[in-house]
Ligand binder design. Structure first.
Ligand code: C5P
Length: 661
């Protein structure tokens, strides 16, 4: 996840490959509860790992369900409709509506002594309609705080199920879902009829519920969207294994990506033509705009079809969330696109009509908007502008506008507060970068070169962290090479060819701040002064330097790179947009290194260190290949009397002036 203030997307060019999307939240929590209520063991595959599902799993454990979590595969030992524990259990539901409502209904029907609480925001989310419906059928539920809101206390019911149960359909479809999942537990001796009062909203979500109930052996009969009947004697039966579909709304970004980007196509794994999610119909809209889509039961493949895309006019009521993606696709079309019947956009995470209009305009597009519609005019080549996209704490705005990075003018796009995607898709940008490609010269590089112990590593890694960029510690590659050479019994001064051969296929891996050489963790071993000296010895060998070039270039990946070393700006990344030459006076550097080594338990003297540093710098600066010196276009930063924060800030300020948004 990118927890940075902003994320700069370089202009992207093509996209190819496969993405596996996170599981759907709505399906995940339904499946967990149904598995818990069932007879038998259910293995749930591809479960979404999110706050909401963690809350549900914790509650199921409290109820005495066997729960075994292995990554995204979760095994649930069902209760068979019988609670193991009913006494005085307090459940903490966080802010998980998809857990709170169905659990309330199931527990109220089963009966016990339960308290359900949540975070303060949960106590402001209405639950009165569900409680009213449950009370009418004889459930015992009390409000512990405000009438109509959690927290709730649940007791033993005296169920009256002869008359139809009435539930309002126009508030939240989650109430009906909750009843549909709870009432099969009480169907032993009669049919149970639920009547919906008022127009039912969010029908696709009820469809998901009915579909899943069928997988668990409950065949609800439906008359229009007004009456639902649970047949007498319905019993939950585990399906054995069940796969949670990937989230269809999340798929919309990758469907759009396949339609917009050049390349061999995008394959989406985990959701497909047989999806039970309403938002899967986004694929029809994308196809109408020109996407070339093929599909299987649980996969989709998308390629560019018509190009430019075709402008469309569409009633988007059935795909409100995914339709936002159409607005950005429309920028790449041949005619205006009008999205109608989207009034609900105004009351989502933010006013999404206003947000999409404002941000599209920042890119240079002409937009018209009404109370419940939006018209997007195509944005021709030559008119795209660099924009810093405000994301309104709305995951979908952030994900939509990442698609603007494919613009024909090759301008980068800044996404503010990128971590807002965590709501449904924490690794969205990682998934995007795994398939999107940019020409190498578009991927920004910041170089930090300078002498030993000038503080390059700390500065470079912190700048990388602030920008969400990759980090290359090139010194570590020389250190590891020297280490590996010694392990192999080579002579650092004379065995140039074998050391170069070793460097060319160096099995080095960086994992966070740990460095691995094949299967051994060498992080500590390569940090000694001696290892630094040895690195300096192998680094004068021209063939060794050449052998390490390709490896260093491979770190230049989306969305960008900060590299530190001696020749980053002069030799390895001569086209880098910002090159910093970092210095500090020798006394300062010796002192810093002294502190560092002492804190790690090495015994060294200040004088000895200073002599070592100077010897190392002299060798680095005087060698024939890639000697240590500032690149011609480098900016110098003497940090002898600067704090780390101030140095980082200085580099970020220089970077901002190069990357003006
Ligand atoms: O930066 P660090 O102290 O880890 O580097 C160890 C040695 O590796 C340096 O003294 C230098 O001789 C060599 N080196 C190099 N070119 C780089 C990075 C490090 O020659 N880009």
């Amino acid at each position: 996840m990118y927890a940075t203030a902003f994320l700069d997307l370089p202009a992207l060019q093509s996209a190819s490959g496969t993405v596996t999307l996170p599981g759907s939240k709505s399906i995940s929590n339904r499946v967990l509860l149904l598995s818990a209520l069932s007879q038998g063991t259910t293995v749930v595959h591809d479960l979404l790992d999110s706050d909401d599902t963690r809350v549900m799993l914790a509650a199921l454990r409290q109820l005495g369900c066997g729960v075994d979590v292995q990554g995204t595969t979760v095994t649930i030992d069902g209760l068979g409709g019988q609670l193991q524990h009913h006494n005085a259990i307090e459940f903490f539901m966080g802010n998980a509506g998809t857990a709170m409502r169905p659990l309330t209904a199931a527990l109220a029907v089963l009966g016990g002594d339960f308290t359900l609480k949540g975070v303060p925001r949960m106590h402001e989310r209405p639950i009165g309609d569900l409680v009213d419906a449950l009370r009418l059928l004889g459930c015992s539920i009390d409000y512990l705080g405000n009438e109509g809101f959690p927290p709730l206390r649940i007791g033993q019911p005296t169920l009256q199920l002869d008359a139809p149960i009435r539930v309002r359909g126009d508030v939240s479809s989650q109430f009906l879902t909750a009843l549909l999942m709870a009432l099969p537990l009480a169907s032993a001796s009669q049919n149970i009829v639920i009547d919906v009062v008022g127009e039912l909203i969010s029908k696709p979500y009820i469809d998901i519920t009915l579909n899943l109930l069928a997988r668990y052996g409950i065949a609800v009969q439906r008359e229009g969207w007004q009456r639902f009947t649970i047949p007498q004697g319905s019993r939950y039966q585990s399906p054995g294994h069940i796969h949670v579909e990937a989230d269809a709304s999340s798929a919309s970004y990758f469907i759009a990506l396949g339609a917009i980007a050049q390349g061999t196509g995008i394959r989406i794994q985990g959701v497909g033509a047989e999806s039970i999610q309403g938002d899967i119909r986004f694929m029809d809209a994308a196809a109408a705009m020109g996407a070339h889509i093929t599909s299987g039961a649980n996969w989709l493949e998308i390629k560019r079809g018509a190009w430019p895309l075709r402008g469309i006019t569409l009633d988007c009521n059935h795909i409100p969330d995914a339709a936002m993606t159409l607005a950005v696709m429309a920028l790449y079309a041949d005619a205006p696109t009008t999205l109608n019947n989207i009034a609900s956009w105004r009351v989502k995470e933010t006013d999404r009509i206003a947000a999409m209009a404002t941000e599209c305009r920042k890119l240079g597009a002409q937009i018209e908007e009404g109370a419940d519609w939006l018209r997007i005019h195509p944005l021709p080549q030559g008119q795209w502008q660099r924009a810093s996209i405000h994301t309104y704490d709305d995951h979908r705005v952030a994900m939509c506008f990442s698609l603007a990075a494919f613009n024909p003018d090759q301008v980068p796009v800044r996404i503010e507060d990128p971590q807002c995607v965590a709501k449904t898709f924490p690794d969205y940008f990682e998934a995007l970068f795994s398939v999107a490609k940019a020409p190498q010269h578009n991927i920004p590089v910041i170089c930090v070169d300078g002498p030993t112990a000038s503080g390059k590593g700390t500065l470079a890694s912190q700048v990388a962290q602030q920008l969400g960029y990759h980090y290359l510690d090139s010194g570590a590659l020389y250190r590891v090479t020297a280490y590996a050479a010694l392990q192999a019994g080579l002579d650092l001064a004379h065995d140039e060819d074998p050391i170069a051969a070793l460097a060319r296929h160096l099995p080095v891996r960086f994992e966070g701040d740990q460095i691995w050489l094949a299967n051994s963790n060498v992080s500590e071993a390569i940090r000694t002064e001696e290892a630094g000296m040895n690195a300096s010895k192998v680094s004068v060998l021209p063939k060794v330097r050449t052998a390490l070039v390709a490896l260093q270039h491979s770190f230049r990946r989306l969305p960008g790179l900060v590299a530190d070393g001696r020749d980053m700006g002069t030799v390895i990344f001569p086209d880098a947009a910002l090159k910093v030459f970092l210095t500090a006076d020798a006394a300062q550097r010796a002192q810093r290194r002294h502190k560092q080594l002492i804190s790690k338990g090495f015994s060294v003297t200040l004088e000895g260190l200073r002599a070592d540093l100077e010897a190392r710098d002299a060798r680095d600066a005087s060698r024939s290949v890639a000697p240590l010196k500032p690149a011609q276009d480098a900016v110098s930063l003497d940090n002898s009397s600067l704090s780390i924060e101030a140095s980082v800030q200085q580099v970020l300020t220089w970077w901002q002036s190069k990357q003006a948004f």
